[in-house]
Structures are given as C-alpha cells and as structure tokens.
Design a protein around this ligand. Structure first.
Ligand code: NI
Length: 351
C-alpha cells in the first residue's frame, strides 16, 4: 500500500484561520487526505470545514491535541458530531472509545506519554512500543498516531519498532518538513504522515514558498516514493544487448509486479531442467533458438517467442553463434530450475 499524505490545515498545532481557503488549494491539487485540529477555530467552523473536505471527495481527519481529560472528551464528542472520518491523537482511550463506538469514525490515538503544546512525545522507545501494543489490542482502535519527530529518541528506530510491534496502520505526525523525513517514515513501515506547518509556512523544499507549490512538491515526492511515477526510462534492446558479452548469465532489465524481464545471450547448448512453479517466456531478439523438449523440438526465430510452462523439461540451444533472448518469468526463477550446477546463476546483474 502506498504511503498516505495527510495535509493538516494547522500551524503549530492549531487550525489556521484561513483553513477554508487553503483547503480549496489542496483539493484543486488533488490532495485526498485533509485534517485539522480541535484547537484554533470554533466548532461550527470546523463543521463546515469538514463538510467542504468531504464535498471535495477527500477523507477528513481531526487531531486532538488538547491535553486535559475534559477537553479530550469534548473533542471526541465534537469529532462524532462533526462527522469526521478519522480521529487522530488523544491518549485517553477509556474515555474516548465509548464516545466513538457505534459511529463510522476510525480512531488513531497517540501511543506514549504526550506533554506540552506543541505536543512532545516522552518516554523511551521500549515504553512507547508497549503503549502502542496495548492501544492496538483494543477493539475500536484502528491504528496509531505517532509523534515520532517530537520524541528525543532515535526517530527511524522508534517508527520501525512501533510499526513492527503492531498490526494496525501507523501515521506519523508532527515536524515533518523534508523529503528525507518522508522517506524515513516510509522505509520504517508507516502507513502515512501529516504535514501542516511546513507547507503553510513555505518551509518544504520546493521552487516557491506558496502553499500550492509546497503541496505540489510533497505530492510529487510521495508519488516517487510510492513508485506512482515510473522511475524507468525506455530501453532499447539492441543497445542493452550491446553492453555485455557473457553467455548464459541473465541480467534483470525490468520488473512488472513479481515478474522480471531478463536479457540473456545464449551460446551452444544449456542443460536439461524444469521449474517447479514458474512459467518462462523466451522471446528471440537476435539469432535462432532451438528449444528441446522431451517429445519434440521447437525452433524460435527472431521476433518469435515461446512459453515453457512450469513442470515441463526443456533445454535451450543457440543455433547460431550467439542468440539474444528476452525472458519474462517470476523473480524467483532460477536459470537451471530444480537442478543446481556450474551453470546456475543466483546473483543476477542489471541489464
Ligand atoms: Ni528454464
């Protein structure tokens, strides 16, 4: 699943006064997860903000940053009344769960001890992990809101250990302002992150400081991390085959889900083998390929391909000096199938 970017209409943990205007900018750019906090605007304004987020086709988030019990209860009730999709933050699960149970709202409380405003995450990694485990064990808790960058502990380790300890999604909130931090969050296994202040104050690395440029830069960086923008450029087979000479040593030229595109040069005869579960496609780019089967031979000419189903014994032979072959097969495929010998290649280069 891709990393989720949640744009918070907040600065220094308070909902900004011009939230409605910033919301329109975000919706126009295609931001699909948008939130605000329980502090900064009166509830009727938060209500219309929530309506506008949902009318724009986005998912809405309310993050509780109030520290005292009474305010947290008021905020949880407000979240249900406003009709937000996801309630982030807060620490008093025993008080909040009875309020949100029965609503369609999803609840992501803070693990660990929170203090101050803007909020700080206290405690050791071990303590925060224990808190995370206890919270996610509760029915009605859908995930966690981790204030990782507000902790004095090692942040990547903290996120990684919390994500590894729980089986529910973890969103990382607070003080994320660079693509490097977003990459850390993604690598550590989090499901999403929030950015508010950095984008509203023009602090995220982008060509301009205005909110539109800031959000566009964040969306682009997240898309790259999520591989929604292809990192690959087109490949020319003739030049790719021109870059190596060794034979029977496939190179990985690309990947499609679990399937790999491999380039190999064949010379002479290979070995008889079969693959337990992998089907293989051989497309001849140059030369002629003889595919020997136990019951027949097939000659595959340039521009032709053959699929060898799993379980079928085969032995490829280059009929000309060398034969250039494009192969398409699952990434688990070993070139010699179920047998291992001197022709087996386990570490494939890139081609
Ligand atoms: Ni094979």
């Amino acid at each position: 699943m891709g990393l989720r970017f949640i744009f918070m209409l907040t600065r220094n943990d308070r909902t900004v006064e011009d939230a409605s205007k910033q919301l329109q900018t975000a919706l126009r750019l295609g931001v699909r997860h948008i939130g605000f906090k329980d502090i900064g605007l009166p509830i009727d304004q938060l209500k219309s903000l929530n309506q506008a987020i949902k009318a724009g086709g986005a998912t809405s988030y309310l993050e509780v940053v109030s520290l005292d019990r009474e305010s947290e209860i008021v905020s949880a009730k407000a979240a249900v009344e406003i009709g937000v999709d996801i309630l982030l933050g807060g620490t008093r699960v025993d008080d909040v769960l009875p309020i949100v149970t029965g609503s369609s709202l999803q609840y992501f409380p803070f693990p660990g001890r929170i203090s101050g405003h803007p909020s700080v995450l206290e405690g050791t990694i071990g303590e925060i992990v224990e808190s995370a485990k206890a919270l996610t064990a509760r029915d009605g808790v859908h995930g966690l809101d981790l204030l990782a960058y507000r902790s004095r502990e090692d942040v990547p380790t903290l996120i990684r250990q919390v994500c590894a300890a729980v089986s529910k999604p973890v969103y990382v909130a607070g003080s994320i302002d660079t693509p490097e931090r977003i990459a850390v969050v993604k690598d550590a296994g989090a499901a999403g992150f929030t950015i508010g202040t950095a984008a509203l104050d023009g602090k995220y690395p982008a060509p301009e400081k205005d909110v539109s440029s800031q959000l566009a830069a964040i969306l682009r960086d997240v898309a790259t991390l999520n591989r929604h923008i292809s990192p690959f450029q087109k490949k020319n087979l003739t030049s790719a085959f021109g870059r190596f000479n060794d034979t029977w040593s496939p190179r990985i030229a690309g990947q499609i889900n679990d399937m790999q595109i491999k380039l190999a040069k064949f010379s002479g005869e290979f070995v008889w083998h079969f693959h337990k579960s992998e089907d293989e496609l051989f497309l001849v780019h140059k030369g002629r390929l003889l595919m020997k089967f136990r019951d027949r031979d097939e000659i595959i000419e340039e521009g032709e391909f053959i699929v060898v189903p799993h379980g079928v014994e085969h032995c490829p032979v280059a009929l000309d000096d060398t034969c250039e072959v494009v192969m398409l097969e699952p990434s688990t495929t070993l070139n010699t199938g179920t047998t291992r010998n001197e022709r087996t290649v386990t570490e494939l280069g890139r081609g």
